[in-house]
Design a protein around this ligand. Sequence first.
Ligand code: KG4
Ligand code: ZN
Length: 335
Amino acid sequence: MNNEKDITILAIETSCDETAASVVRNGYEVLSNIVNSQIESHKRFGGVVPEVASRHHVENITMVIEEALVEAHMTWEDIDAVAVTEGPGLIGALLVGINAAKALALAHSKPLIPVHHIAGHVYANHIEERLTFPMLALVISGGHTELVLMKDHMAFEVIGETRDDAVGEAYDKVARTIDLPYPGGPHVDRLAASGEDVLEFPRPIMDDYDFSFSGLKSAVINKLHNLNQKGISYNKEDVAASFQASVIDVLTTQTFKALEDYDIKQLLICGGVAANRGIRARMEMMCDSNDIKLLIPPLNLCTDNAAMIGAAAYYQYIAGKFGTMDLNGRSNIDL
Ligand code: KG4
Ligand code: ZN
């Protein structure tokens, strides 16, 4: 840790449908956190349209960065480095943030720090409460479902991941099947609270620590199709509750298997799906009874933002891991 001088980082995130910029000091002090969401523009298409996302990023990026500096009461003199999400994400969207970061770093002679989007999701928690190790992180978002073992800062070992759909993707597809608006996760979450797990969907448990959600998603679609054909009525609340019950069983089974096998006493849950009330409640209960410390970032830091990128970037700054002017977007990049 560098205790001599404050390190202030301007961070940019444009990997999907949020144009975001933030000023973060020393890895956890958030001086500003601007998130410009495009959800309204993508809603009518039922999902994120990459070309539309890129165009919105181009239109908003300069304003969002300016706002982040103004809100933090900072000028370029006060900024030590420019951090940006390098990937994974939509390539056209990533490139908008990366080109903005490169131009600003060059113009103001600041080092450039490329950050992995998932590292950002994990470090979202660091803002509220400092991370300590060893720790297991369950990353659940619209693009990712991963179990990550961490023994030190920025040291990630992916021990399990989805073999097909991400859990957030499954939420969004199930939501669309029962005519809920995009993004469907929060709506399924809300309906599930008043429904019952009566539809008996499968619980796909892999032998290792991997996940698979495409079979579950298909099972939901097929079941509803069959019921419709037979003229049997169902309510959306029960569909949501049954789907969510299956997701929760799968997530907790794989996560607690890994915690036990690796003898880890701390669990961090992050990513957009970590906002889910049902998942949070079951994880809290199970962590309590298994003597596991549970860390979940506050709701506004669960979904995509740039503060989390600035938090992770601090540790790369300390380690001297900088990028160069040939930095490119990488839609698929390992943690
Ligand atoms: O982390 P995030 O903002 O973006 C990605 O990096 O993917 O996650 C977005 C995902 C969407 O699939 C959304 O439906 C899901 O998170 N989500 C939820 C909830 N809130 C957001 N899923 C289930 N329950 C929620 N309460
Ligand atoms: Zn994300």
